[in-house]
Write a protein that binds this ligand. Structure first.
Ligand code: HEC
Ligand code: HEC
Length: 302
């Protein structure tokens, strides 16, 4: 009984808010163009780095590093690369929520000297030099290559990156019920563990920022596919799920301190949030010819 009540709490508003799963086999023209741009190193100043450099499809759209290397390997960025699966339908982006739209994210990446070190002018000039890209932009938007169409195409692609077919989801729609440790973890998650207070709703996040250390505010991350997206936290400083639960921020949050069994149960529950297709996406086989950058690599180098 407790379990049933608990699951109800986690998934309130579930049926109405969970986006329909969209699969990459049926991309529209804007999404297809966005996919090419996502793997297009020509957007970065040196023609070597793409979005996929830090958001690898086979790594659930992370890079599995604590923090990414900066452009040209000049040091590191300060924050962990989050998964882009189920990321598009948020109202604020980046760990501190400072970007209000996907367009703002793309602009920040394009112009950040440590990420792409580029500009819309340079990116537009390069893409516009390619007849194939010019055609793809016309087909997708009826408009030429430019900041607005680059942003919109990437946003359209990010919107296709949903991964919500996990054992947990199947159990909710009449599939095999979660059993054993995962079932016990579900009850703890929604009950005395207090997890659903912040990691609630269909995407297991509340859209809010919390003060994780004095003066340091971090947006609650989704827990979907979290078993695939180590290392954890905005600082990338936790390497396992139990390490997150034992950290200074999470330790005091449950009603009672978690037991070793409780940690094992929660971990099993979090593993049941993995969509087995989350790492199945691949880069496109080829990119349109780009006269300015012959011989570039799909997806870029790191
Ligand atoms: C150098 C590695 C790197 C590259 C290249 C990169 N990202 Fe990121 N991405 C990050 C990091 C790190 C963050 C978190 C930054 C922060 O919180 O300040 C992030 C955050 C994001 C977010 C916010 C996710 C969320 O849930 O808030 C989106 C969306 C995103 N990136 C998309 C892109 C796109 C699109 C591109 C290509 C235009 C790109 N990234 C290129 C490392 C990278
Ligand atoms: C008061 C809000 C709150 C509660 C309650 C809470 N969390 Fe979190 N959780 C967060 C925030 C905020 C972060 C990001 C922390 C950071 O990046 O430093 C986070 C991060 C995580 C992460 C790391 C995810 C990632 O991708 O980096 C996991 C796993 C996690 N929480 C699980 C849990 C579990 C399990 C519980 C219940 C025992 C729980 N949380 C309770 C707010 C909360």
């Amino acid at each position: 009984m407790l379990l049933v009540v608990g699951l109800g709490l986690i998934g309130s508003a579930w049926a109405v808010r969970l986006p329909q799963a969209r699969r990459l086999t049926a991309l529209g023209a804007q999404q297809q163009l966005g996919e090419l741009l996502f793997f297009e190193p020509g957007l970065s100043v040196n023609g070597k780095r793409s979005c996929a450099s830090c958001h690898r499809p086979e790594k659930a759209f992370t890079d599995r590093r604590s923090t990414p290397r900066a452009l040209r390997f000049a040091g590191n960025l300060t924050r962990n690369s989050p998964t882009l699966l189920n990321a598009a339908d948020q109202t604020s982006f980046f760990h501190d929520g400072r970007a209000g739209s996907l367009a703002a994210v793309v602009e920040a990446v394009l112009t950040n000297p440590d990420e792409f070190g580029s500009s819309y002018a340079l990116a537009t000039e390069r893409l516009d030099g390619s007849p194939a890209y010019r055609r793809l932009f016309r087909r997708a938007f009826g408009a030429p290559v430019g900041a607005a169409t680059i942003n919109a195409a990437l946003a359209a692609y990010l919107g296709t990156l949903t991964a919500t077919h996990s054992p947990y989801d199947r159990a909710r729609v009449g599939g095999p019920a979660l059993a054993g440790d995962a079932a016990a973890g579900a009850a703890l998650f929604a009950g005395s563990g207090n997890c659903a207070r912040c990691h609630g709703g269909p995407q297991f996040r509340d859209g809010l920022r919390h003060e994780v250390a004095p003066g340091q505010w971090v947006k609650t991350p989704t827990l979907r596919n979290v078993a695939l997206t180590m290392p954890y936290r905005a600082d990338g400083g936790a390497f396992t799920l139990p390490a997150v639960l034992a950290d200074a921020y999470h330790r005091p949050l449950p009603d009672q301190p978690l037991t070793a069994a409780g940690v094992a149960h929660l971990t099993a529950f979090l593993e049941a949030l993995t969509d087995t297709a989350a790492t199945a996406r691949r880069e496109p086989p080829a990119l349109p010819a780009l006269p300015a950058l012959p011989g570039r690599v799909v997806g870029g180098l790191y």
